[in-house]
Design a protein around this ligand. Structure first.
Ligand code: FAD
Length: 438
């Protein structure tokens, strides 16, 4: 969408994706105005800022982060980093959330991003408006934001980068009779550390990465854990203290939990480790023609933009990826689209491309709920974005490190990351905990 004046871009969110977007917009000053980054909280880092509190934050917004106290990264730092900003060489390969938070703050400082962030400012609405410009008709974007201490503002932009994350909105399965449960029902979004569960009975629902990881933490404080799941086998053998049960059917009138094999358990906690839903409360989905389900955002050309509105970019909606590397290539591609260095195909051709990709995945037997999972497909994807944007592809060393790491993961856990329903791979975390601190 090249035009003669400088482009004005809004960025929603100052997590890793938003910071990466801001850094690369700033580096293209001849074609872009300085970005406006809207961040609802008082700080950068998003997911990586560990907030012990759950529920409502000090600016009266729901707590965004799902980080827990003892989490270690599931990717070694050599793979996890932005390609142009290594982690401190003194850090071990597998990091704490605090290390990553420090890294993002250092990135922000290095690229002088902070002056461009409007903290405590929540985006309430992003909507397209048709404008007559010197170059003819164009879509611009109205961004309506609210200061968390009051006051609305409306600003107009040429493009919006949505970097609001997707591990915040708990996916809550419907369990018949759950109102009869006499203990506490909570989602892993609000789990921070195991101590409050010591010697308590807990039904953990879901043996995805978080369910497994949290079950292991709970077992360490001698909670009586029943891990309920529908998997034929688990990635690794669990300690004997953790019992397993099939899926939960319902909660009975007396408050006990009924499992599919007819067994019943009384518990003090029902901990739902059931993943997260995509959530864009500031978009009018019908107006944009955007389909958002708990596991899907569509139709996105290159997993990035709507063919009908190619100046609205969804950064990082894919799963089973190297997130920071992924953000980097998506953002470089998006900026090349905006400054005219990448010519997009027609809307019809983009729609055909999306349809072809959908058919390809369906033929491979991939269920629609896994359409946004990339795993080993991410490398060709980055290479294609890089080629279009005139950049080198990821360093082959990164790819082989990742493949090797995943192989270890598969050997260790017996299943691929493709199966992961949420971001935390417990196999890697266990390996990480046993890593020598180099
Ligand atoms: P976020 O970090 O979620 O940031 C989004 C930001 O947008 C937030 O600051 C939020 O406040 C802001 N925001 C949202 N809505 C609005 C609004 N309406 N207005 C203004 N601001 C808004 N990745 C790895 O690479 N390695 C790991 O080991 C790893 N482990 C993980 C473990 C857990 C428990 C979780 C939840 C995630 C993990 N991830 C991991 C994935 C992680 O999400 C990504 O690494 C990355 O941090 C995502 O960045 P983001 O910027 O897309 O989103």
């Amino acid at each position: 969408m090249y035009r003669s004046g400088k482009l004005r871009v809004a960025v929603v969110g100052a997590g890793a994706a938003g910071l990466c977007a801001a850094r690369h917009i700033l580096s293209r000053a001849p074609s872009f105005e300085s970005p406006v980054v809207f961040e609802q909280s008082a700080r950068v880092g998003g997911t990586w800022y560990y907030e012990e509190r759950v529920g409502i934050s000090d600016n009266d917004l729901p707590i965004h982060g799902s980080m827990y106290r003892d989490l270690r990264t599931n990717l070694p730092k050599e793979i996890m980093m932005f390609p142009d900003f290594p982690f401190d060489s003194h850090l071990p390969s597998f990091l704490t959330h605090w290390d990553v938070q420090q890294y993002l703050e250092a990135y922000c400082k290095r690229h002088d991003i902070t002056p461009h962030i409007k903290f405590n400012t929540m985006v309430e609405e992003v909507k397209p408006i048709s404008m007559e410009t010197d170059e003819g008709g164009a879509v611009r974007w109205e961004v309506i934001s609210r200061g968390t201490h009051g006051g609305h503002s409306t600003q107009t932009f040429d493009s919006v980068f949505i970097c609001s994350g997707h591990y915040s909105e708990p996916h809550l399965p419907s369990i018949p009779g759950i109102e009869h449960f006499k203990g506490k029902v909570m989602h892993s979004h609000s789990y921070r550390y195991p101590e409050p569960f010591a010697h308590q009975s807990v039904v953990v629902l879901g043996a995805g990465p978080s369910g497994l990881d949290i079950s292991l933490e709970l077992a360490q404080v001698e909670a009586q854990v029943i891990l309920s799941h529908n998997k034929a086998s688990l990635p690794f053998s669990l300690p004997l203290e953790i019992q397993q049960a099939p899926s939960v059917v319902k909660v009975l009138d007396d408050g006990s939990v009924l499992f599919q094999d007819g067994s019943v358990a009384h518990a003090q906690f029902l901990l739902l480790c059931t993943g997260y839903s995509y959530h864009f409360p500031f978009l009018c989905l019908a107006e944009l023609g955007l389909e958002v389900q708990h596991h899907l955002v569509a139709p996105l050309y290159k997993y990035l933009m709507l063919p009908t509105f190619p100046s609205l970019f969804f950064i990082g909606v894919c799963k089973s990826i190297c997130p920071f590397l992924h953000f980097y290539y998506q953002i470089q591609f998006a900026l090349a689209v905006l400054d005219g260095n990448v010519q997009l195909p027609s809307r019809e051709l983009m729609e055909e491309d999306i349809e072809r990709e959908k058919q390809r995945k369906t033929k491979m037997g991939i269920h629609v709920k896994h359409f946004l999972k990339m795993a080993s497909g991410q490398w060709d994807y980055y290479a294609s974005l890089a080629k279009a944007a005139g950049l080198p592809p990821p360093n082959p060393v990164i790819k082989s490190l990742y493949e090797e790491h995943m192989e270890e993961e598969v050997n260790y856990s017996g299943q691929e990351a493709q199966n992961a329903d949420d971001p935390a791979l417990p196999g890697a975390r266990l390996v990480a905990q046993n890593q020598p601190q180099n």
